[in-house]
Design a protein around this ligand. Structure first.
Ligand SMILES: Cc1cc2nc3c(=O)[nH]c(=O)nc-3n(C[C@H](O)[C@H](O)[C@H](O)COP(=O)(O)OP(=O)(O)OC[C@H]3O[C@@H](n4cnc5c(N)ncnc54)[C@H](O)[C@@H]3O)c2cc1C
Ligand SMILES: *[C@@H]1O[C@H](CO)[C@@H](O)[C@H](O)[C@H]1NC(C)=O
Ligand SMILES: *[C@@H]1O[C@H](CO)[C@@H](O)[C@H](O)[C@H]1NC(C)=O
Length: 421
């Protein structure tokens, strides 16, 4: 498919990975990103199953991920006074991840690694501060898509436009002629991330997690540079319809308003919550997002296609980063395999991805109960069950029942493709 002209929208994980593989398939790729620069915030994400397989096919990536890994050895769940009652550790086997993966890396570091692997490629161009304003494609004659940009880039024609702009993708709304909230399945939960300029774990490699009533979870993770990464996750009871509405309303008015909402919501949560809230108000790398799944009847519409969270966010099931890496590889592989027949390539992508998406979007049972019990009784029960599991060493056994995200690299075998570049 030499010479195919492709536009990729979004430079986080899915976008740069898609650019990497499409360039290998011989395409000329432009990546546009709405933000002025690569965003480096976020918590640790982990690479599992098919994601590990794709990473191993990307030149030098596994070594770089290892070098940047959070080196967190596990997470310890603590009581209100900070005393731990149970710890989950990584398995130590890179082919078999537990609740804690061997390939745990900060999202921003991972984005930077894939960006660096692609930024000097002659066939890949990055443009920041840019997004799509409109797209026109004529379904009947199969001619390229005409794209108008919002911030100065000249109107251009592309053979393929790929939306990699995350779960709340605006490009998806343009490409499918729907609204942004269509195809989003809320999980009634949200998460916020920021860094505190102090080592709260005092050199320990085991993170700490704490649950307060109302599904308010907090954790501190290790940052090798001597800082601490805080995660706040709020999980509402099932059945409570659209519990994230106040969060979304606050977010419309920007990060300051969102911080105020969160601070108010975490009032009286106990443990280190007061300190966290103070630090959050001044934090510069604050990032918060609703946790959703995305499910579409089709991943493409003519010459427009989705990769990553924009097409199949996994939400509370985890594993979104791995699925994005698999999607990037398979899309480029299928398009390259069906030279001259883009429709067949896109169809191949859809067919290969469907079973993987289906498995990865299964929400492991008990995940909400484990991370965020709603009541004092629930927390008490969870703590004791957890202490028991940790004490008896049956955690490995329990993890086997936590769903596909914790399966091994052989669970989703990837097709082999021939690459031209
Ligand atoms: C700043 C940030 C922090 C995150 N932190 C975490 C975390 O701590 N833990 C976790 O599990 N997941 C986190 N995520 C989500 C995680 O990165 C994804 O679930 C996963 O890696 C798949 O990524 P993606 O590339 O498909 O989408 P995303 O990572 O959501 O990236 C979408 C990219 O598209 C850009 N974009 C959005 N709209 C437009 C537009 N209209 N035009 C052009 N570009 C656009 C965004 O700025 C972003 O760079 C974070 C995402 C971001 C952007
Ligand atoms: C760029 O693309 C051209 C045409 O497909 C190809 O011949 C060349 O090898 C590619 N360059 C790199 C650095 O991959
Ligand atoms: C457009 O790009 C310029 C720099 O290229 C930037 O300063 C400006 O904020 C951008 N505007 C929008 C709406 O993205």
């Amino acid at each position: 498919m030499s010479g195919l002209k492709v536009l990729v929208v979004g430079a986080s994980i899915a976008g740069p990975a898609t650019a990497y593989w499409l360039a290998k398939a011989g395409a000329q790729v432009t990546v546009i990103e709405r933000f002025p620069e690569l965003r480096t915030s976020g918590q640790a994400v982990d690479i599992r199953t098919a994601g590990v397989s794709v990473m191993r096919k990307m030149s030098g990536m596994e070594a770089q991920v290892r070098a940047k890994s959070t080196q967190e050895e596990g997470i310890s769940f603590v009581r209100e006074d900070g005393r731990p009652y149970g710890t989950i550790r990584a398995t130590g086997n890179p082919d078999q991840q537990s609740l804690v993966s061997e390939y745990e890396i900060f999202r921003g570091d991972l984005a930077k690694i894939i960006f660096d692997l692609t930024k000097d490629d002659d066939n890949i161009t990055y443009i920041f501060n840019e997004q799509i304003a409109s797209m026109q494609q004529s379904e009947s004659d199969g001619s390229p898509i005409t794209v108008e940009f919002a911030n100065g880039s000249a109107t251009s024609k592309y053979d393929l436009v790929i939306g990699c702009d995350g779960a709340t993708s605006r490009t998806r709304a343009i490409g499918f002629g729907c609204s942004v909230r269509d195809h989003i399945i809320p999980s009634n939960s949200w998460a916020a991330y920021f860094t505190i300029n102090q080592d709260l774990l005092q050199g320990s490699r085991v993170g700490q997690g704490y649950s307060a009533v109302g599904g308010r979870f907090m954790s501190v993770g290790l940052d090798p540079s001597g800082h601490s990464r805080v995660l706040l996750m709020n999980i509402h009871s099932r059945g409570k319809l659209d519990a994230t509405l106040p969060f979304r309303q606050a977010s419309i008015h920007g990060d300051d308003s969102l911080k105020r909402y969160i601070a108010q919501h975490y009032q009286g949560a106990g443990w280190k919550s007061n300190y966290f809230m103070q630090e959050m108000m001044d934090s510069e790398d604050f990032y918060a997002s609703e946790i959703v799944q995305v499910k579409l009847p089709s991943l493409y519409n003519g010459r427009f296609v989705l990769v990553g969270d924009a097409g199949y966010a996994t939400g509370p099931a985890g594993g979104g980063t791995s699925l994005a890496l698999a999607g990037a590889y398979i899309l480029a592989g299928e398009v390259g395999k069906h030279t001259g027949d883009l429709a067949a390539g896109l169809k191949g992508y859809e067919q290969q991805m469907r079973p993987i998406i289906k498995e990865m979007q299964k929400i492991p049972p008990f995940i909400t109960t484990i991370l965020a019990p709603q009541t004092t009784w629930g927390i008490w029960l969870r703590n004791y069950a957890f202490a028991f599991i940790a004490w008896t060493g049956i955690a490995d056994f329990a993890q086997k029942y936590l769903g596909a995200a914790f399966a091994n690299t052989k669970t989703f075998p990837l097709p082999d493709y021939k690459w031209v570049a």
